[in-house]
Design a binder for this molecule. Structure first.
Ligand code: ADP
Ligand code: MG
Length: 611
């Protein structure tokens, strides 16, 4: 059996190794350390996460540099700030008996002048993220013209995150004569090409099998109407109760909007984008890592630094402008040999992009249907059953048990199960029984019919702007009164003393019935079926209206919605439902399950919007 002594390491390093409690070198260490100690060579080393790669390059580098000199001799590039700090710490532990050693970590989001000061003291080894490194070279704060060793750690991740150009730029400031050691868990084409470009006949070492983790991501897409995008997202989340995911949007604004909506609807979500301060981003990332946040809604730029291993789903809420970005996104899941799913929600006009992506990634997408409401109810029931099964009993409840038992004494186990599950089932059931199929192929037929105007009824109603309604508040009023879904009342057109609106013809009887003998503030409200069907096309009622109208809609929303005539007053006996949009049923524990500190989730999401 191989030992660290037999690898050729010197006394100082062996002492540190004993201190750290390492007994035998790992496979990648056994293969790499003697080679790098003996020869000046370029190296490509492929090994999974957690196999001890840091020591594999760290020990040889520490043994080969001259700690008596203050010149920077070694550079280690790594994808994230967390990894940078981790590697710098490891290097300091390994080198604790190396006199005069100064290892400095360079990464974004911390004071650049403080980092420059540390470099000035003379750092033999610099551990850096590409972005900050490039920045500091550009400002002449760092000189790497004399380095002898350069490590590209987690090369696949660095390329995934879009650091190719930064790396090229950095290396152009380093000498040709240096040795480059590349470490990677996988060997995608991009890594092979970087090896070819920057290295001279590198020795190749492989531990375990090549490429194991590149095939662990499956790609799926869901075709929906553009206006159903958010509803589809919610269903996908509801159908995956244990989801731990990054949701990508195109803009900061959309990122913030989707996160806020998810939070309002009771999910553990937060936004991550460039308008947050570094401190806020750190808090969001920490909550995400601790699983207090289940859904992180992010822009591409902000997501660069995400190095969380167990992400189950990447959701492309919107496709990126450049399809190349898709690879970076999907690379957030399926890490460290685990499997993952990359989901794209697309509208009809975007389907061709899916085909371009397939060509680029050389993999097929599977087209799937948005799960139906009953399917989700079923999933949630089984999830609840499993949660109950796995729940550890909290003995704080012991004191209350006698009374509880008395209340429930008459029921058998079977009856109790039925009751408990009915309580939970009914919430989801009531929400989903009214919702329709979101898949455009099946649901799409309905939509065509509507846009032809065939199955739509237009009504005339004798309330209007002089009753303090605008199209948005009238729409909300009708929808609530009729207990219909948001999109079931459309083409709302408010005139001064009367208005028009449409519903699908199936709702005609309901509408006429509700308004038969209806009073608002004591006044008789009459409704008639209009001859005018409201023209072609179905829209939210706001289409074609001025932007100011639309702006009015959102401000009235965030202010809690309803701006009817006698605000707060009793509108003819009609009481408004909650306006928050929080009509999503909440399973017990759903929003609290992992959320010990619910405030954290709001740090990212509930922020004031700055767009
Ligand atoms: P990788 O970079 O391959 O993901 P790391 O270098 O981060 O892996 O090492 C993973 C962990 O294993 C670290 O905590 C490190 O201290 C520890 N480790 C590395 N080599 C050994 C060894 N030979 N014996 C015991 N623990 C080790
Ligand atoms: Mg590592």
């Amino acid at each position: 059996m191989s030992t660290f002594t037999s690898l050729g390491l010197n006394e100082n390093l062996l002492k540190a190794i004993t201190d750290m409690g390492f007994e035998t070198p790992s496979e990648v260490q056994q293969k790499t350390i003697p080679l790098l100690l003996e020869r000046e060579t370029d190296l490509v080393s492929l090994a999974q996460t957690g196999t001890g790669k840091t020591a594999a390059f760290g020990f040889p580098m520490l043994q080969k540099i001259d700690a008596a000199s203050k010149t920077t001799q070694g550079l280690i590039l790594s994808p994230t700030r967390e990894l940078c700090m981790q590697i710098a710490n490891e290097m300091n532990s390994y080198g604790k008996y190396v006199k005069g050693l100064n290892v400095v970590a360079i990464y974004g989001g911390a004071s650049i002048s403080e980092q420059a000061k540390q470099i000035k003291r003379g750092a033999q080894i610099i551990v850096a993220t590409p972005g900050r490194m490039k920045d500091m070279i550009g400002r002449r704060m760092i000189d790497i013209s004399k380095i002898e060793y350069c490590v590209l750690d987690e090369a696949d991740e660095m390329l995934n995150m879009g650091f190719y150009e930064d790396i090229t730029e950095i290396l152009s400031h380093s000498p040709e004569s240096k040795s480059t050691w590349l470490f990677s868990a996988t060997m995608p084409k991009e890594v092979a090409s970087i090896a070819k470009k920057f290295m001279h006949t590198p020795v190749e070492i492989t531990v375990g099998s090549k490429n194991v983790s590149t095939n662990t991501v499956s790609h799926e897409y869901y075709l929906v109407n553009a206006r159903d995008r958010y509803a589809a997202l919610k269903r996908l989340c509801d159908a995956n109760p244990d989801i731990f995911s990054v949701i990508f949007c195109r803009t900061k604004r959309d990122t913030q909007k989707v996160a806020e909506q998810l939070i309002t609807d009771g999910y553990n979500a937060a936004a991550l984008h460039g308008d947050l301060s570094q401190n806020q981003r750190d808090i969001v990332m920490k909550s995400f890592r601790n699983r207090q946040i289940q859904m992180l809604v992010a822009t591409d730029v902000a997501a660069r630094g995400i190095d969380v291993d167990d992400i189950t789903h990447v959701i492309n809420y919107q496709l990126p402008d450049e399809i190349e970005t898709y690879t970076h996104r999907s690379g957030r899941t399926g890490r460290a040999g685990k499997s993952g799913v990359s989901i794209v929600i697309v509208s009809k006009s975007e389907v061709r992009k899916i085909h371009s992506i397939e060509k680029m990634i050389q993999k097929k997408f599977e087209q799937k249907d948005i799960p139906g409401g009953m399917e989700i109810c079923e999933v949630q029931l089984f999830h609840l059953a499993n949660s109950i099964k796995n729940t550890e009993i909290n003995h704080e409840i012991d004191a209350y048990l006698p009374n509880i038992n008395e209340v429930l004494a008459d029921f058998s186990k079977e009856e109790l199960i039925k009751k408990v599950f009915t309580v939970e089932f009914t919430r989801f059931y009531n929400y989903y029984k009214k919702t329709k199929d979101l898949n455009t192929l099946s649901g799409g037929n309905v939509d065509y019919a509507e846009s032809d105007g065939k199955d739509s009824t237009r009504y005339f109603i004798n309330i209007g702007a002089k009753d303090d309604f605008d199209w948005m508040t009238l729409k909300d009023f009708l929808r609530d009164l009729l207990d219909l879904q948001k999109d079931d009342v459309y083409k709302v057109d408010v005139k001064d003393s009367f208005s028009f609106f449409n519903t699908d013809t199936v709702h005609q009887e309901l509408v006429m019935g509700v308004f038969n003998d209806f009073k608002l503030d004591g006044r008789n409200i009459s409704i008639e079926i209009s001859k005018d069907r409201g023209g072609r096309g179905r829209s939210g009622g706001g289409r074609g209206r001025s932007d100011r109208d639309r702006g009015g809609r959102s401000s009235s929303r965030s202010g809690g919605g309803f701006k009817g005539k006698s605000s707060g007053g009793d509108r003819g006996g009609f009481k408004k439902r909650s306006e928050s949009g929080d009509d999503r049923p909440k399973f017990a524990g759903k929003s609290r399950r992992r959320n010990e500190k619910p405030k954290n989730a709001g740090t990212g999401g509930k922020r004031r919007r700055r767009s």
